[in-house]
Design a protein around this ligand. Structure first.
Ligand code: SF4
Length: 468
């Protein structure tokens, strides 16, 4: 970002515009002095206070840009291109996995090249101009790809642009605007003192670039090594039986893994094959599911087993035709049973990708192991509240660069269970499956919903286990 300076062309004092123009040179000079000599702060405040109405909404923003106290100067924000903040174009210049940073004057930290838009200048043109001024890299504005984020950083609104395969800068010109610069591996960004917005901007550029990390990437190797050292023993892991994997995935979907493991073991002892499950009664299947919640999952497993016994397993790409099998479960069966190069993406995996591998993960090589590793990493370390202090992937994690920012999808809040329809359905289902007759009139809404789902039947106004 260019030096924080409000120049004569930009500074338009509200109120008397004519006198503002006349005085703009004075303001500009005063700000320049202010930047050079902090001891003049009091003088500047006094000077500007006489020009500036105190009620302008962007006083704090503009004064921060000018490097002054909020009461020192107020300028019209639209001179800078934005009503809520000062618009700044920045450039994420990438060469391979390195990003170009410039050191801000005064040793504040490292930032992306960029700076304020001049009035009438397009954001892309401002980005190209600032890049040239600060780094001596010259590219036409059309080469800069607007990234789909706007980042509020203090008084500024950053508009980042991506520049893939940035050309080498010309030798240092020594011109006034040129800043110390360096190409930093993305994985090393966390070791530098960065100004706000760098992490998010780099993240957006990597997402846009879409270059996925593969098995050769050191971070992927670290992830797999972490998993090999910390993995939990889960009873279904040694199995490549699609039926066993399907049951494990359906059970774990909305249930804690450790709890699912207990149920899975019991289930597989009772119905070790898909044929045995298909031959069981739905009432028995629902009974065995009691305590896992969301009993439609059991009903769908039972229906899927019947379909598989009737016509065989569908082709890999048609697994989603099985009852209750969505894109995630289908991908999990492909990866964990058939070891196909597919990464099943549940909430845990999506979180890790969004935070640490924004370009995605390639699955060539051992897809099974990578899938297990990233899923368990998301469950145990990179959860909704990540344990970043213990994380071996912290270097290069763009979340760690921007405290308070998280690109991971927000978890959907579960409605409270107590008093919910879910709880009432559970009560009726338990009673009916346990042989305790329960009248539909006890809870008509819950009864109707269970009947609709085919989880119970009705005989003379009484709820009973389903047939079949
Ligand atoms: S540093 Fe934190 S957010 Fe980043 S990958 Fe590790 S646990 Fe997840």
């Amino acid at each position: 970002m260019a030096a924080n300076r409000v120049n004569a062309a930009e500074a338009v004092v509200q109120g008397d515009e004519e006198s503002a123009v006349q005085d703009s040179e004075l303001i500009s000079n005063a700000l320049a002095q202010l930047e050079e000599d902090a001891s003049k702060l009091q003088f500047q405040r006094t000077t500007f206070a006489s020009y500036v109405p105190s009620n302008a909404p962007t006083a704090a923003a503009v004064s921060a840009a000018a490097g002054t106290a909020p009461d020192a100067t107020v300028c019209r924000a639209d001179a800078y291109g934005g009503a809520m903040g000062i618009e700044v174009s920045t450039v994420v210049a990438l060469r391979g996995n390195r990003v170009l940073l410039v050191r801000q004057p005064g040793g504040e930290g490292w930032a992306l090249p960029g700076g304020k838009r001049e009035p009438g200048e397009s954001a892309a043109r401002a980005a190209a101009r600032e890049l040239a001024e600060e780094t001596a890299i010259t590219v036409p504005p059309a080469r800069l790809a607007a990234l789909p984020v706007r980042i509020a950083a203090g008084a500024f609104v950053l508009r980042p642009f991506g520049l893939e395969g940035a050309p080498r800068p010309r030798p240092r010109s020594g011109s006034a605007g040129e800043l110390p610069r360096r190409w930093v591996p993305v994985a090393d960004l966390g070791r530098l003192r960065l100004l706000p917005g760098v992490g998010r901007s780099v993240h957006a550029a990597l997402v846009q670039r879409g270059i996925a990390a593969g098995p050769e990437d050191p971070a992927v190797r670290t992830l797999v090594r972490w998993w090999l050292d910390h993995r939990r023993e889960l009873p279904w892991r040694p199995s490549r039986d699609p039926y066993a994997v399907l049951v494990a995935e359906v059970m774990s979907h909305q249930t804690q893994v450790q709890r699912a493991a207990v149920y899975w073991t019991r289930w597989m002892e009772r119905w070790p094959t898909v044929d045995r499950l298909a031959a069981a009664s739905l009432a028995d299947v629902l009974g065995a599911w009691q305590g896992l919640g969301y009993p439609r999952r059991a009903r769908d497993l039972h229906r899927a087993a019947a379909a598989i016994v009737a016509v065989g397993w569908p082709e890999q790409e048609r697994l989603e035709e099985l009852p209750g099998v969505g894109p995630y479960t289908a991908a999990a069966v492909r990866c964990f049973a058939h070891e196909l190069p597919v990464l099943p993406r549940d909430a845990n995996v999506n979180r890790v990708l969004a935070r640490r591998f924004p370009g995605g993960l390639r699955t060539e090589g051992d897809a099974w192991r990578l899938g297990q590793a990233v899923m368990e990493f998301g469950q145990r370390l990179c959860g909704a509240r990540p344990d970043c202090a213990a994380c071996p992937l912290r270097p290069g994690c763009l979340v760690a660069l921007e405290p308070g920012w998280d690109p991971a999808p927000r978890p959907t809040r579960q409605a409270p269970y107590a008093g919910s329809l879910r709880q009432r359905r559970g009560r009726l289902l338990r009673a009916a499956l346990g042989g305790r007759p329960v009248s539909v009139g006890d809870d008509e809404a819950a009864a109707a919903s269970l009947l609709r789902d085919g989880l119970l039947s009705e005989v003379g106004g009484v709820l009973v286990p389903p047939p079949g």
